[in-house]
Design a protein around this ligand. Structure first.
Ligand code: ZN
Length: 286
């Protein structure tokens, strides 16, 4: 099976990476089911990458139904150590204009009922999410992004809502007091990537001012799709430039040992079944 150390998760508007020289297409079964779509493994800018369309090609899977655990687990199976994700977002702040790219450093999770941990049966694991996005990977993406697009923002809080509807005006105003951008998919991906000890950073493509801005039309699907094309092209350019740099060095951040002190269950109470099912994640510690 082909391997790749870098994963790319494409969101709305990004269903394939042009220039990716395809080596393999994989649709693996994981303990958490199958991923959103076939994962394309191949070479992009001289770097082995694994590409997955979060909503499936053709945008078939609603945010609430994305098999996030299978997606992250499948990428881990392929050897992925760092994930760059791409998301369309609404802006909750005047200064973050439609067309701007933002690389957030914090996230608040307002999703409901999504399966958001690999460790929900037979073992208790509490990872740290104080810095939910990999600071090293985020900074590297920002350095490349700001050279191409000087209006790129580094840092900010991403509000994750359940969807699939957009927010009411009252909700949008409430979220404005909590964060900077809003969308429906970064959680539970961020948490799961950390549980899998994978670095995760996201390029957010601002398409609208959500529902709060009195002087602008409220967000609609049509508006998002219209404004997304340019953002997706920007994201592709940033990724193409960042890839050789990301793949160059060994990881120095703490993402790679997120589980080291996070397993609360006494080893003698962890059954062989649990060890077997989660061996990809746990074997280095148990
Ligand atoms: Zn990291």
């Amino acid at each position: 099976m082909a391997k790749a150390k870098i994963g790319i998760i494409g969101g709305s508007g990004l269903y394939e990476m042009e220039g990716l020289i395809k080596a393999d297409e994989i649709y693996p079964d994981t303990p958490f089911g199958r991923p959103s779509d076939v994962i394309t493994v191949g070479n992009l800018q001289g770097v082995e990458v694994a590409f997955l369309a979060r909503h499936g090609k053709g945008h078939r899977i609603s945010p609430s139904a994305i098999p996030a655990r299978a997606n992250i687990y499948a990428l881990k199976q392929l050897g992925v150590e760092q994930i760059i994700s791409v998301s369309a977002v609404g802006s909750l702040k005047e200064k973050i204009c439609p067309g701007h790219i933002i690389i957030p450093d914090q996230i608040i999770d307002f999703t409901r009922g999504r399966k958001s941990s690999f460790f929900d049966e037979g073992i208790v694991v509490h990872i740290s999410l104080a810095s939910p996005f990999c600071p090293v990977l985020s900074h590297l993406l920002w350095e490349k992004a700001k050279k191409l697009f000087p209006e790129t923002h580094l840092g900010g809080t991403y509000i994750t809502i359940e969807g699939p509807s957009f927010s009411t005006r009252a909700e949008s105003n409430l979220y404005r007091s909590f964060g900077d951008i809003i969308s429906m998919t970064a959680q539970p991906e961020v948490r799961l990537a950390r549980e899998a000890e994978i670095c995760y950073a996201t390029l957010c493509l601002t398409t609208d001012y959500d529902s709060w801005h009195e002087g602008q039309e409220a967000v609609s699907t049509k508006m998002v799709l219209q404004n997304l094309k340019e953002g997706v092209e920007k994201a592709k350019r940033i990724i193409a430039q960042a890839l050789p740099l990301i793949s160059k060095d060994e990881r120095k951040c703490s993402c790679q040992e997120a589980l080291r002190d996070a397993i609360a269950t006494s080893p003698r109470y962890i059954t062989p079944e649990v060890k077997e099912r989660l061996s990809l994640l746990l074997s280095k510690y148990l």
